[in-house]
Each structure stands twice: as structure tokens, then as C-alpha cells.
Design a protein around this ligand. Structure first.
Ligand code: PLP
Length: 378
């Protein structure tokens, strides 16, 4: 049987990984500034994470959400403490798309409406609010036929309010910082006005923090840079450091009832063990402080590279924008310099989204390699 061929692949086969390093089947070592697309938060194969997962697997890996699982309670408590959102509740699932699907459903159940407002260039997974970018064409893919998605430009509150006034909008879904779309983000003024208009028209504000959450922006959630409160926050990626786990944080204005949401795999013992290990390491190793320190260092270094026209993003969710398509640059960095970086729908953007454990010396390695490669491409 062949694999359904939807991913263009580099000819590299990783077989081992350690913190910010990946080793391929030929023993070649790579610096990971990509983190499997922002998934690796506490570093590959972190010893505490590995031992927690192994121990858990020796005991019980999975049972059922119909039976008590104290690990879910422990995870929720730790997450509430570290994010500062102790009064929110947690519903666990297994991926970012599933988190957003549940957020959209919950919004509709809450206010009985169905139209969704999302933003140009946003990405919310393969969900009702999905826009898949293929060769820069937008394919709007509604899964639930009743759910219509209206896309608006970021940072235009008048256009948002004009739609909310129509009375049929259930929710606005917005990323803390746009990931796949290319690191555009709402201004503080926009986020604060959005919070107000959503409350005014009984519209649920969903913050998609699947990529920008879990400390990546330098605060636990990127929207916390703007001093706003979301009604629902969706999570995944960094939450499990590679173990598939996702969830939504739900504000106290929602009331739970039996059967309202549900999942088979979400919140398994093994997933919770991974999630707890991640939170413990983020806390113990003060990884958010590291994010902010490395961010300041990176900014200074990257701004000194003359070919960089703009730096986008926050913390360790960063992009260097060039005046040309970076595909060749990215390829040379991987193949010749052995450094993984990320891409975006914006073809001129080279993305940096490493494990949150990255060190300044790794940034030095990257900057030297970048300068050399840019010189070769001239
Ligand atoms: N939301 C955002 C902001 C994302 O970046 C992604 C994935 O890149 C998703 C949702 C979908 O997550 P998953 O691929 O786990 O379904």
C-alpha cells in the first residue's frame, strides 16, 4: 500500500532526537529550529518526560472517559496555575482541529447561532473554519454544512461589528499570533475592541492558541500580551511535546452538562502523563523566561542581517521576512547547514519555532549559517 501523497518530503530520515538536536539514519546531526511545527516545547526526549511516559505505560495507558482519571484533574490544576486561568475548565481531546471543532460546537450550543467569523490568512486546522492553502489558492472547507464562515481582514473592528450586528454570528475565532498564515497578529487595540463587541452582541470569542500557546510567545498564551480574556481557548501542539493531546479552556460563563462534548481518546492516562510532564518542565526550568531572553538576543542578531526586511512574531514564534521566496534558502539551510527552519503561506518568510529550551549559542550557529547561505545565493 502507498501513502496518500499529501506532504512534499525532504530526503532526511530522523531516527533520534535530543533537546534541540535531531540525528538522521546516517548519524548526521541537525539543529531543530522548527520543532515539528511548534510542537516540541520542552525539547526532544526530555528525561523527565520520557520517564513519566514510560512509568505511565507500565501502569495504565488508556481506559475510558466514563471512569475516573485523576491525571486529568492534576493536569487541569497545573494548567490553571501556570496559565493564570484557574477559574476556567478544561475539556481534553487529541489535536488542534478537534479542539477548534469542540470550541465551535460549544459556541453554537451556548448562543444557538451558527455563523463563524474568522480572519484572512488564518489557519484553524481541517475544521469548519478551515482554509487550506494550496498554491496560494484558498479552499474554504466547511465540515458542518450549517456552519458558514465569513473571513474578514485583521485589525478592522468596524467590519467585525457590522457582521455581529446581523445577529446570526455564533463566534469569532482568532489566533493569538497567526502561524501558518505568516505571523500577522491583531493589535492590542483590536483585541480589546474585539473582546468588547463580542460581549455586546453575545458572540463567543475563541482564541486559537494551538500554535501560539504554551509559553511560545513569552507569555503562557499570546492573547495575554493584550490583557484580554477569551471565552474559549483552544490548545494542542506544545501541550504534549509530540504526544497527541489537545484541549479547550472554557470560561466560567459556560455550564457543562453530561454528553455536551465527548471523545474516545482525549485525556487518556498516557496523554495526561505527557501533558503533566510538559507543564512541570516549563515551570521548573523557567522556560518562558528563556523564551524572552532568547527572543531579545535573536532580534538583535537577525536585525543585523541586511537581507532581512522585516521580523515578525513574538517570543519563539518568529519569522524573518526577505524580499524573495525563501524556499531555496530553507532547503540549503537543511541540506548543507543541517538546520531545520519552518515556512509559511507567505513564501518570503523563514520561520523560527524551536523548542523553548533553545540557547543563545544555537542562535549564533543559525545566524552564521544564514549569512553564509545568503552570500552563496547572491
Ligand atoms: N490551529 C492552529 C493555529 C494551527 O496552527 C494548527 C496546525 O497547524 C491547527 C489549529 C490544527 O492543529 P492539528 O494539526 O493538531 O489538527
Amino acid at each position: 500500500m502507498n501513502l496518500f501523497n499529501v506532504y512534499p518530503l525532504y530526503n532526511i530520515t530522523p531516527v533520534k532526537a535530543l533537546n534541540c538536536k535531531i540525528i538522521d539514519k546516517n548519524g548526521v546531526e541537525y539543529l531543530d529550529l522548527y520543532g515539528g511545527h511548534g510542537v516540541i516545547s520542552i525539547g526532544h526526549t526530555h528525561p523527565e518526560y520520557v520517564s513519566k511516559l514510560k512509568n505511565q505505560l507500565d501502569n495504565i495507558g488508556f481506559y475510558s472517559n466514563a471512569i475516573q482519571n485523576p491525571l486529568q484533574v492534576e493536569l487541569a490544576e497545573k494548567l490553571g496555575k501556570l496559565s493564570g486561568l484557574k477559574d476556567y475548565s478544561l475539556f481534553l481531546c487529541s489535536s488542534g482541529a478537534e479542539a477548534n471543532e469542540n470550541a465551535l460546537k460549544l459556541a453554537s450550543f451556548h448562543n444557538g447561532k451558527s455563523r463563524v467569523i474568522a480572519f484572512d490568512n488564518s489557519f484553524h486546522g481541517r475544521t469548519s473554519a478551515a482554509v487550506a492553502a494550496t498554491d496560494n489558492k484558498k479552499i474554504v472547507a466547511p465540515i458542518n454544512a450549517q456552519q458558514v464562515v465569513t473571513f474578514l481582514p485583521l485589525n478592522n473592528i468596524e467590519l467585525v461589528e457590522a457582521e455581529l450586528k446581523k445577529g446570526d454570528v455564533t463566534c469569532v475565532i482568532i489566533e493569538g499570533i497567526q502561524g501558518v498564515g505568516g505571523l500577522d497578529e491583531g493589535t492590542t487595540e483590536f483585541f480589546q475592541a474585539l473582546e468588547k463587541v463580542c460581549a455586546k452582541y453575545d458572540v463567543v470569542l475563541i482564541l486559537d492558541e494551538v500554535q501560539s500557546g504554551y509559553g511560545r510567545s513569552g507569555k503562557f498564551f499570546a492573547h495575554q500580551h493584550h490583557n484580554i480574556k477569551a471565552d474559549i481557548i483552544s490548545l494542542a501542539k506544545g501541550m504534549g511535546n509530540g504526544f497527541p493531546i489537545g484541549g479547550i479552556l472554557i470560561s466560567p460563563k459556560f455550564t457543562a452538562s453530561y454528553g455536551l462534548l465527548g471523545t474516545t481518546f482525549g485525556g487518556s492516562h498516557l496523554a495526561c502523563a505527557a501533558g503533566i510532564a510538559v507543564l512541570e518542565v516549563i515551570d521548573k526550568e523557567k522556560l518562558m523566561a528563556n523564551v524572552n531572553e532568547v527572543y531579545t538576543y535573536f532580534l538583535k542578531a537577525i536585525k543585523a542581517v541586511p537581507e532581512v526586511v522585516k521580523v515578525k512574531g513574538k517570543g519563539l514564534m518568529l519569522g524573518a521576512e526577505f524580499a524573495f521566496d525563501v524556499s531555496e534558502l530553507r532547503k540549503k539551510l537543511i541540506i548543507e547547514k543541517h538546520i531545520f527552519t519552518g515556512n509559511a503561506n507567505n513564501k518570503n518568510l523563514l520561520r523560527i519555532l524551536p523548542p523553548l529550551t533553545i540557547k543563545k549559542t544555537d542562535i549564533d550557529t543559525f545566524i552564521v549559517a544564514l549569512k553564509e547561505t545568503l552570500a552563496e545565493l547572491k
